[in-house]
Design a protein around this ligand. Structure first.
Ligand code: IMP
Ligand code: MG
Length: 181
């Protein structure tokens, strides 16, 4: 057990070794599927930073990475997010893979996808490292999934609770009491 772990963790959901193995598999598959294309990996800060960093090195081809940051406009107004940091590069005509740490309700990805679609990429796909289908509201097309996990609040490998625990190298579920305000 690492000192970076929260004291109130319940169980490990995805081990470090399983993360590494899955990232390598996804990288090989993505390199094959996008061979010869102008590939852009786009992620949403801050959570997506970790999977993006590992995944881009598992994709053995030239590519460009870029970042977005969003915050929900208002609690309770599901699906409406404010873009606080936009992409650095134009994506028109490019093949864009939106890499998300977790897709839960799907509202965030749905919003980001519709925003990116308006910029006329040649191709736009989603890679969800974690997929929590139980709470899905928006039907998002996910081309690449790392792991489907049950409806539990998890932290580690980019995922946080109040900003902490992103730096854990595995993904753990927390006790329910930890999440209550
Ligand atoms: P959405 O519900 O699919 O829009 O997900 C919105 C955001 O909620 C994700 O990008 C994460 O930042 C956060 N989120 C969802 N589930 C978890 C979790 O289990 N742990 C930490 N953050 C989560
Ligand atoms: Mg996030």
């Amino acid at each position: 057990m690492s000192a970076a772990m929260p004291p109130y963790f319940d169980h490990v959901v995805v081990e470090e070794a399983a993360i590494k193995e899955r990232v390598a598999q996804l990288g090989r598959q993505i390199a094959e599927d996008f061979a010869g294309e102008d590939l852009r990996l786009v992620t949403v800060l801050k959570g997506g930073l970790f999977i993006l960093s590992d995944l881009c090195r598992a994709i053995d081809m030239p590519l460009i990475i870029d970042f977005l940051a969003v915050t929900p406009y208002e609690q309770g107004r599901g699906g409406v997010v404010q873009v606080t940091k936009d992409l650095s590069d134009d994506i028109s005509g490019a093949s864009v893979l939106l890499v998300e740490d977790v897709v839960d309700t799907g509202l965030t990805v749905n919003y980001v996808l519709s925003m990116l679609r308006r910029r006329s990429p040649k191709r736009l796909e989603v890679c969800a490292f974690l997929d929590k289908p139980a709470r899905r509201i928006a039907d998002v097309p996910i081309a690449y999934t790392g792991f489907k996990i049950p409806d539990r609040f998890v932290v580690g490998y980019g995922l946080d609770l109040n900003g902490r625990y992103r730096n854990m190298d595995c993904i753990v579920a927390l006790d329910d009491e930890a999440i209550l305000p």
